[in-house]
Write a protein that binds this ligand. Structure first.
Ligand code: HPA
Length: 278
C-alpha cells in the first residue's frame, strides 16, 4: 500500500466539513488519559470509524475519537485512543494520524503514554519527559516511498524531542503535585510485557522506561519537522524490578489515579506554549 498525499487528504477533506479552522497543537492521549478531553472547550467530536483513510482503535480504554476544541486559549486536536503495532497495524500505517494533523495545520505535537519504569529511582505515578528513545525492533514508520511533501527521505532525529518544549515542561511541573523526571523511552512491540532479561538489557542500554507506543508517532512528527513533546506516565515498575508479576490491573489503576493531575499538567503546558514560537 502506498500512502500518498492524496490518501491522507481524504481524511482531511472529511474532517474539514466539521472543523473549518486549523488546530495548532495535536495531542495524543495515552491509555486512560481520556479525562483530559473534559478540559477541551467547545468540542467537536469525530469518530475514527467515520473518517476515510483513518484507522480504528481496538484497545480497551482507547475511545477512538478525535476531539477538536480549545484548551487554555489554544486550538487543539486530541486523539483519544491511539494505534499500536500489536493491534496488527503495520508500522507504515501508524504515520496516518500525525500526517493528517499536519495537513490540517497542526504546528506541534504532544504525545502521552503509559510506560513501565526501568529506572529504579522512579515510582509508579511518576511522569517522565522523554528526552530520547531507543527503538531496535520493527520497521520504521517512514519505510516505503517517501512523500516529499512531508519531509526528506533521510532525516535527522538528534533533536526530535524538542529541547525548548522539554525545558518548558520541566518548568511547568512545579505545583502540579507530580514527580517529573526526564529520561529515555525504549520501544518494545508488545502485546506481551517484557521479560526481566529484556528489562535488564534495556537498563544497560540506557533506557529509563519501556512502552509499546509513541515512537512511530514521534518519528512521523520528526519527519514533518514538527516540534514534539512526549510525556510518559510510569504506570508500573517494569518486569523483574519487583518480585511480583506485572498485571494490567496495576497499570490501569495507576493510569486512572494519575489522569486528573496529568490533565492539569497538560493544560498548564499548553498555556505556557504561548511563549514558545511554534
Ligand atoms: N511495558 C510495556 N508497556 C507498558 C508497560 C510496561 O511495563 N506499562 C505500561 N505500558
Amino acid at each position: 500500500m502506498d500512502y500518498t498525499l492524496e490518501y491522507f487528504q481524504k481524511s482531511v477533506d472529511y474532517i474539514r466539513k466539521f472543523v473549518p479552522w486549523e488546530p495548532e497543537i495535536a495531542i495524543v492521549l495515552g491509555s486512560f488519559l481520556g479525562p483530559f478531553a473534559d478540559a477541551v472547550e467547545d468540542p467537536v467530536v469525530i469518530d475514527y470509524a467515520d473518517i476515510p483513510s483513518f484507522l480504528v482503535s481496538t484497545v480497551q480504554g482507547h475511545a477512538g475519537k478525535l476531539i477538536f476544541g480549545t484548551v487554555a486559549g489554544r486550538r487543539v486536536v486530541c486523539m483519544s485512543g491511539r494505534f499500536h503495532t500489536y493491534e496488527g497495524y503495520d508500522f507504515e500505517q501508524l504515520v496516518i494520524p500525525i500526517r493528517v494533523f499536519r495537513l490540517l495545520g497542526a504546528k506541534a505535537v504532544i504525545l502521552t503514554n503509559a510506560a513501565g519504569a526501568v529506572n529504579t529511582a522512579y515510582k509508579p505515578g511518576d511522569v517522565m519527559i522523554v528526552s530520547d528513545h531507543i527503538k531496535l525492533t520493527g520497521a520504521s514508520p517512514l519505510r516505503g516511498k517517501n512523500v516529499d511533501a512531508f519531509g526528506p527521505r533521510f532525516f535527522d532525529v538528534t533533536r526530535m524531542y524538542t529541547p525548548e518544549l522539554r525545558t518548558l515542561a520541566r518548568d511547568c511541573a512545579a505545583g502540579t503535585g507530580l514527580t517529573v523526571h526526564e529520561g529515555v523511552y525504549m520501544f518494545f512491540t508488545g502485546p506481551q510485557y517484557e521479560t526481566p532479561a529484556e528489562i535488564r538489557a534495556a537498563r544497560l542500554l540506557g533506557a529509563d522506561a519501556v512502552g509499546m507506543s509513541t515512537v512511530t508517532e514521534a518519528l512521523t512528527a520528526a519527519h514533518c519537522g514538527m516540534p514534539l513533546l512526549c510525556l510518559s506516565v510510569m504506570t508500573n515498575m517494569a518486569a523483574g524490578v519487583l518480585e511480583t508479576p506485572l498485571t494490567t490491573g496495576e497499570v490501569l489503576e495507576t493510569a486512572e489515579r494519575i489522569a486528573a493531575p496529568l490533565s492539569g499538567y497538560l493544560v498548564k503546558i499548553i498555556e505556557c506554549m504561548k511563549e514558545v514560537s511554534l
